[in-house]
Design a binder for this molecule. Sequence first.
Ligand SMILES: Cc1cc2nc3c(=O)[nH]c(=O)nc-3n(C[C@H](O)[C@H](O)[C@H](O)COP(=O)(O)O)c2cc1C
Length: 164
Amino acid sequence: MNAIYERTSVRQFTNQTLTQEQVNAILKAGFCAPSARNLQPWYFVVIEKESLIRQLQEFSPYASPLQTATLAIVVCADLSINPSTDYCQQDCAAATQNMLVQAKESGIGSCWMGGYPNQDRIEKIKEVIDLPEHILPLWILAFGIPNQNPPVKDKWNEEKILRL
Ligand SMILES: Cc1cc2nc3c(=O)[nH]c(=O)nc-3n(C[C@H](O)[C@H](O)[C@H](O)COP(=O)(O)O)c2cc1C
């Protein structure tokens, strides 16, 4: 649970690459997520090739973490499994949060960079990665060994709780 409480977005990374065990632990956490009707409509594009990660920076004006990330995961929805992008998005968000928390648990920094529903960003991802029609890229996650130590934000807010 400490990883949940202590995770923060990390946007600058060292050039130290991750081990395959670390990458697979992140993916395993993603696969453990709940999904509507247990359809598991996610599809993860795992990118460790530096030139490809840097190219993906262009997908959004807010993608600076990809400048130093050593791993990028493009979280996609497989619309052939569930054609509802609304449900896919929720399922993939659950998988994403699991991956961010597992990364923290392993001493790896991460940042979620929004794509969907911004069509322009989705198209830009597709320009870099050749994907079949039924695979919809939703957003990109940057990972790496942290080169910064952002403070944990206290987000507790009693006003956002209705106790009945
Ligand atoms: C859907 C979503 C989209 C986000 N998009 C970006 C982004 O494009 N670029 C970025 O640097 N951070 C992005 N973030 C990270 C947020 O800025 C960050 O989670 C928020 O400021 C809270 O900080 P924390 O993650 O350290 O708790 C995104 C987070 C979410 C959940």
